[in-house]
Design a protein around this ligand. Structure first.
Ligand SMILES: CC(C)(COP(=O)(O)OP(=O)(O)OC[C@H]1O[C@@H](n2cnc3c(N)ncnc32)[C@H](O)[C@@H]1OP(=O)(O)O)[C@@H](O)C(=O)NCCC(=O)NCCS
Length: 187
C-alpha cells in the first residue's frame, strides 16, 4: 500500500454529523470508481449521504483524517428489509481487507438496529460476493428481495437499468444476496 498508514491503523466507525465534511469526497470517489468499472453503481445526492450520517446509518473508514472507505444502510418495505449500499474503498487502501471490515460493521449495525429485518445487497463484484458469503448471505433471485419501488428507483442511475426494466425487475446484471435472520447464521 502506497501510504505511511498501516491498514490496521485505519478506523472503521459509524459516521454522524461530525463527518459531513467528507460527503463530497465520498461522492467523488464513488463517481470515479463507477467510471473505471463502467458498470452499475447507483448515484446518490449529497443530501442523501448527509442524511445517512445524521441518522447514524453510515460507516466511514479513515486513515488519520484521510478518507479511506464508506458504506451505508437503509430500510425498505416497512423495515422488513435492510440494504447495505454504496460500498467504496479508496484505490490505494484496497486489497487489505478494508471492505471486509466496513461491510462487517454495516452488518453489525443492521443486525443491532433491525434485528428482524432481512439484510440484502445487489452487486456485480466478486469482492462483495465473497464478503457477503462470509457474513452468511446467500445468492437469491430478485423475487426474494424487497418489492419496495423506492429501493428499485435507486437503480435508475445505473447504466444497466434498461435490462431491469425490460425484465420487469426480475433479472439484471447484479446478483442479489440475502441474509435471512430466521434461517441464516451470522459468523
Ligand atoms: C470492491 C471494493 C470495495 C473492495 O475493497 P477492498 O478493501 O479491496 O476489499 P477486501 O480487501 O476487503 O477484499 C475482500 C475479498 O475480496 C477479494 N477481492 C478484492 N478485490 C477484488 C477484485 N477486484 N476482484 C476479485 N476479488 C477481489 C479479496 O481478495 C478478498 O477475498 P478473500 O477474503 O478471499 O481474501 C473496492 O475494490 C472498491 O471500492 N471498488 C469500487 C467500488 C465498488 O465496486 N463497490 C461495490 C459496489 S457493489
Amino acid at each position: 500500500m502506497n501510504t505511511d498508514i498501516a491498514v490496521e491503523d485505519i478506523t472503521v466507525q459509524i459516521a454522524d454529523e461530525k463527518y459531513l465534511d467528507y460527503v463530497e469526497t465520498i461522492l467523488n470517489t464513488i463517481a470515479d470508481a463507477a467510471k473505471v468499472r463502467g458498470t452499475g453503481i447507483a448515484r446518490r445526492s449529497p443530501e442523501y449521504i448527509a442524511q445517512k450520517m445524521k441518522e447514524g446509518k453510515a460507516i466511514i473508514a479513515l486513515a488519520g483524517e484521510e478518507f479511506a472507505g464508506f458504506c451505508y444502510i437503509e430500510t425498505w418495505g416497512n423495515k422488513k428489509f435492510v440494504a447495505n449500499s454504496g460500498l467504496i474503498v479508496v484505490d490505494k487502501f484496497r486489497g487489505h481487507g478494508l471492505a471486509k471490515r466496513i461491510k462487517r460493521k454495516a452488518f453489525e449495525l443492521s443486525r443491532q438496529r433491525y434485528p428482524n429485518a432481512k439484510i440484502f445487497g445487489l452487486t456485480t463484484g466478486l469482492a462483495v460476493m465473497k464478503i457477503n458469503s462470509e457474513l452468511g448471505y446467500k445468492p437469491v433471485t430478485f423475487s426474494e428481495l424487497t418489492d419496495d419501488d423506492a429501493f428499485w428507483k435507486g437503480c435508475q442511475s445505473c447504466v444497466n437499468y434498461d435490462i431491469l426494466q425490460r425484465t420487469n425487475r426480475k433479472h439484471c446484471l447484479c446478483t442479489g444476496m440475502l441474509f435471512d435472520p430466521a434461517k441464516d447464521e451470522a459468523p
